[in-house]
Design a protein around this ligand. Sequence first.
Ligand code: SAH
Length: 340
Amino acid sequence: MNIYDYTLSELKEYFKSNNEKEFKAIQLYEWLYKKRVNNFKEMTNIKKEIIKKLEQDFEITKLNIITKQIDTDVCKYLFKLKDGNKIEAVLMKHDYGNSLCVSTQVGCNMSCAFCESGRLKKVRNLNSYEMVLQILQVEEDLNIRISHIVLMGIGEPFDNYENVIKFIDIINDPKGIDIGARHITVSTSGLVNKIEEFANNPKQVNLAISLHAPNNELRSKLMPVNKAYPIEKLITAVKEYIRKTNRRVTFEYIMLKDINDTEKCAQELAQLLKGINCYVNLIPYNETSHTKYKKSEKNQIMRFYDILKKNNINVTIRKEFGSKVNAACGQLRSNYEEVK
Ligand code: SAH
C-alpha cells in the first residue's frame, strides 16, 4: 500500500506491531510531510533495517502530471493515477492564501444536469493517498504552500465517505501537512444519511451543501439526488448538523440564467433558509460546451443578492476563477478525453 494512505495513528500501530517505538511514526511523518523526501533511504535518522522493512511494506510513489494550465490566479492540473485513470485538481490564489480544489472520485454518479464531471460516470473511489498526493504534488510543482482545501473537484465526497474522512485526518495532523480543520471544506450534493453521520465528526471542518434550487420541482430537474433526498429532508439534516456541531453551513447556489435566478426563486430561497445559521454562496455558472445552461447576467445576480440581503440572509458572490482555463469541475479531464 502507498505510504501516503496512512494516518499517524495507523503508522504508530504498524511500528508497535513490529516491536519498534511508536515515535518512529512521527519521524516518518516528518520526513514525508515536513521535509518532503521522495524515498525511504533519505530518512537518515531511521535505522537501515527499518528502512528496508518500510521499503518492503510500502510504496512511496506519486501521481503523474499529464498537463497543467496556468492563468494568473489559477493553475489546473490533470493527473494520471497508477491504474491509468485521470483526475483533476485546481489551485486558486486568493488574497488570504492558496486553496486547492481536490477530486474525490474518478468520475461522478450524481448526474447533475449542469455539471461536466457527471458526463463521465464514476469508475471508482479515490484512495486517501490519491487525495493527499494532489496537495503534495501541486505544492512541489509550484513551490508554494497550500493553506485551504476544498473538496469540490470531480466526485461526490460523501459517496466516498471513509476515504475522505481518512484523508482529512491525514492532512489535518500537526505532524503532517497540518492544514487546519477550519481551512477544509467538504461540499456535498446532499447525501442526507452522510450529513447525519458527518454531524458526529469531532473535527471543525466546514460543510457546504450544493443546493442550487429553492424547491423540489426545480432541484430534481437539476440534481437527480433530490429525488432520493428531497429538500425537506436535506434541510432537516442540515439543521440537525448545525445543532450538533454549532457550525455555520454554506449553501452553494449556481446562478443559471432564467432557470434558478429569478426574483421568485430568490424569495423562495430566503423563506427556505430563514432562521438557519448559514450563508449562501452565489456562484456564477462556468459555462461548458456540453450543457445548454448559460450564466446569469451580472445585474440579475445582484438583484438575487439584494433580495437575500433584504431578508437577512448572509450572502456572498463567489469570485470567478478559471473560466479561461476550463476550470469548471471536470472540464479538463472531459476535454482531454475528447481530444484523444
Ligand atoms: N459533488 C460535490 C462536490 C463537487 S462539485 C457537490 O455536488 O457539492 C463542487 C461544486 O461545483 C458544486 O456546488 C457543483 O454544483 C459546482 N459546479 C459544478 N459544475 C459547475 C459549473 N459548470 N460552474 C460552476 N459550478 C459548478
